[in-house]
Write a protein that binds this ligand. Structure first.
Ligand code: SF4
Length: 453
């Protein structure tokens, strides 16, 4: 994020660096609005007075990335002690006050439940240059955040948290340790935020949670189930599209499946983490479903919504994974014909059960499997995109396309299946938030090209 450096930037300039998932993106966007409503202004890292690094610890590498990022910030700011550096997100929760020793400029550590108090903490620490603060306590209930007094138009696509934390403790996952136990947000608070965003011009809402379809299944539940919440949000005036991430296959009940046929705004796209296609591996992961159950779920989704696009998360090289197990994973991918998938090599995460498992897979084997899996995914995804040429769909325009063709004014939006689509529209007009109907004329590697229908 780079903006002009002004005198304000020196005094109240801020810069946010974000790693990781949609929930981190949402947290950073909220913090940006909360700071802006306090008179802070976005600034380049070189001149910012406050620099926040919002971190992810799902895999080993991001952790190292945080330390190198802090090093680059020190260089860019000349190690200026007046610059307040804050570390937020999952690595902040995981390493806590250790950051004060690791990096001298760090004076604020913001854990997952500490985000709500971050704007006040930043203001306080700017007044007290020698003080350091760590907001690491977990809360037993969902902590509502202030509503930033931001003016004007909301983005066409909005993200809304409906819960925090996770109770599943999958054997490889650090999230329950860094995001805490699951706590659902009150339904009324979710609906109020959705209404506010729709009144401010949003057209599409994505509901967020680590285990979003477990909403209403914890001590903070207010009696509303996930499927009921989808209906309530889906019925809000002004909403054109509804999405949610990330569900757990074990928590997808028949009412959640039926919702794809019954709620017109609910988009025909579901990201459904698989992790492995082998029963033995799924059992060791503690995922709570087997291969047959996952395939059955995808089949029932396709029965109620035949055009639904399914994507997945997959881990290769989980301890004990045999070549046969890996082939089972590839087999499930073919059977489900995933539109896309996010795949990674297993890596030990501190404190997780799997980090103590014996039969670790050599990295070169994991990497070879990952390459094989990703080339299969390229095939599956490419065939799916090619099959879409000729279709007529509506787009929600989010902005201009990053790459422009001379003489054409290309805009980008997503179709109901969540695919980025580029289309040339009338020049010299802001098409953000419009929903044109277009005809797909060409498939790219991960996007589509269309023309107005
Ligand atoms: S459900 Fe997801 S967030 Fe929760 S422990 Fe499992 S992988 Fe992690």
């Amino acid at each position: 994020m780079s903006v002009p450096s002004t005198p304000d930037a020196a005094a109240k300039g801020f810069h946010i660096v974000t790693f990781g998932c949609q929930m981190n993106v949402h947290d950073s966007r909220w913090l940006e609005q909360a700071l802006t409503s306090r008179g802070f202004v976005p600034a380049p890292v070189e001149t910012a007075r406050v620099v926040v690094v919002n971190t992810c610890s799902v895999r080993e590498k991001p952790e190292r990335k945080v330390l190198s990022t802090l090093g680059r910030i020190r260089q860019a700011t000349g190690g200026n002690p007046d610059v307040l550096v804050a570390v937020a997100g999952c690595v902040a929760q995981q390493l806590g006050e250790t950051f004060f020793d690791l990096e001298g400029q760090v004076r604020l550590v913001i854990g997952s439940d500490g985000m709500a108090g971050a704007p006040q903490a930043i203001e306080a620490l700017l007044e007290q240059p020698t003080k350091r603060l760590a907001l690491l306590d977990f809360s037993s209930r969902y902590l509502e955040r202030e509503i930033p007094a931001t003016s004007g138009q909301a983005d066409p696509v909005a993200l809304v948290n409906i819960m925090q934390g996770c109770d599943n403790f999958c054997a490889y996952c650090i999230v329950p340790f860094t995001r805490g136990r699951q706590k659902s947000r009150p339904t009324s608070a979710v609906l109020d935020e959705c209404r506010r965003l729709l009144d401010a011009g949003a057209r599409e809402i994505t509901l967020l949670g680590q285990n979003v379809n477990a909403f209403g299944k914890d001590a903070q539940a207010d009696g509303v189930s996930f499927a009921e919440l989808l209906r309530k949000v889906g019925a809000l005036p002004g909403l054109a599209r509804l999405r949610y991430v990330t569900p757990h296959p074990r928590d997808m009940g028949p009412e959640d499946v039926a919702a794809f046929a019954e709620i017109p705004a609910l988009c025909p796209r579901l990201h459904l983490p698989l992790q492995s296609g082998a029963d033995a591996v799924l059992a060791r992961m503690g995922r709570g479903y087997d291969r047959a159950a996952y395939l059955g779920l995808v089949e029932s989704l396709r029965t109620v919504r035949p055009d639904i696009a399914v994507s997945a998360d997959i881990i290769v090289g989980f301890p004990g994974e045999t070549e046969g197990d890996f082939q089972d994973t590839l087999d499930v991918m073919r059977k489900c014909a995933f539109a896309t998938s996010f795949s990674f090599c297993y890596s030990d995460r501190p404190g997780t059960r799997a980090s103590g498992f014996a039969d670790k897979i050599p990295l070169e084997t994991s990497r070879r499997r990952l390459m094989e899996l990703q080339s299969l995914q390229e095939e599956l995804g490419g065939a799916w995109l090619e099959g879409r040429v000729g279709e007529t769909v509506d787009l929600l325009i989010e902005g201009r396309s990053p790459r422009q063709t001379p003489g054409l004014d290309s805009w980008q939006g997503r179709d109901p299946y969540g695919v980025p689509v580029h289309v040339s529209l009338a020049p010299d007009a802001d098409h953000t938030g419009e929903m044109p109907v277009v005809r797909i004329v060409r498939a790219g590697r991960h996007s589509l090209i269309a023309e107005p229908a």
